[in-house]
Design a binder for this molecule. Structure first.
Ligand code: GUN
Length: 284
């Protein structure tokens, strides 16, 4: 059996059309959604991500500003800039692209963003609320993956789900969302003794490590749903995921490609969160 492809570009197109409609309605009422993207330093991967985020705003009628700073920026200057964005009524979402240079404490920076503008969902108030209640924003990548499950009617109730990776950005919130949806969740990571032992029993695998071929065909149960969050470049500079796609697609039930899978969904959910933030402001 060849897996059914979960097309992140196609799903994004539908969801972005809805965002554009909502953004136009807000703009007509004088509340055009606005996103501030902050980039410190010149990490080439971050530059691409940030450019794509700003372009997606422009394409869908959102206001966006991109604030670029040199790698040597003092932490205090970054905190002062965030304070300015917190107070700016034309900005509803603030995104500080990670990773930050080593001399800047990223926790401190994220906590400086007011939770109402934390469209990444990384602030401790939103992360804590994800654990215990209702966060203002869900982190964009796991939120996008949930939308992919929904769009394909993939039922998570009672499913065995394995998340590979334990980052604050993807792995941990992904595991919580799967748990919330009724899955039995296992989190594997770099210290896990035998990842395949867990994934072979999984109905759903989400790979989010940034390590190529962390999930090979011998590790996948026939018919399983395989979501590839990984993004890295191989020796030829080609964009790759975490999954050995060509082999795994022959046994999986559903699979996401890289590129064109989770990547566009992350940006789409950022637009959704920013629009939602503007709607809350408009409602007062
Ligand atoms: N770096 C990698 N992914 C992300 C993301 O979703 N948000 C931010 N702010 N930085 C990232």
């Amino acid at each position: 059996m060849t897996a059914q492809l979960i097309d992140g570009n196609a799903l994004s197109k539908t969801l972005r059309a809805d965002v554009a409609t909502r953004a136009a309605a807000l703009t007509a009422r004088g509340h055009r959604p606005g996103l501030a993207v902050v980039l410190v330093g010149d990490n080439p991967a971050s530059e691409v991500y940030v450019r794509n985020k700003v372009k997606a705003c422009q394409d869908n009628g959102l206001h966006s500003v991109m604030d670029r700073f040199p790698a040597a920026l003092a932490e205090s200057d970054l905190l002062a800039h965030i304070a300015k964005l917190n107070a700016d009524p034309s900005i509803h979402g603030i995104l500080v692209q990670l990773p930050l240079p080593a001399h800047i404490d990223s926790h401190k920076v994220i906590e400086a963003i007011v939770p109402e503008k934390d469209v990444d969902g990384f602030h401790v108030a939103n992360a804590g609320a994800l654990l215990t209640g209702k966060p203002l924003f869900l982190p964009c990548t796991p939120y996008g993956v949930v939308k992919m499950f929904e769009a394909h009617g993939i039922d998570l109730k009672g499913a065995n789900a394995v998340v590979i990776g334990r980052s604050n950005i993807v792995g941990k919130p992904m595991a919580l969302l799967l748990l919330e949806a009724g899955a039995t969740v296992t989190i594997c990571h770099s210290k896990t003794r035998d990842i395949g032992k867990h994934t072979r029993d999984a109905d759903v695998v989400v790979a989010a490590t940034g390590r190529r071929n962390i999930l090979t065909v011998d590790m996948v149960k026939p018919g399983a749903t395989v979501i590839d969050v990984g993004m890295s470049r191989n020796d030829e500079g080609k964009l790759c995921g975490d999954v050995d796609f060509d082999a795994v697609r022959e046994v999986a039930g559903y699979i996401t490609p890289v590129p064109g899978g989770v990547g566009p969904m992350t940006i789409t959910m950022l637009l959704v969160n920013t629009t939602e933030a503007a709607e809350r402001t408009a409602q007062g």
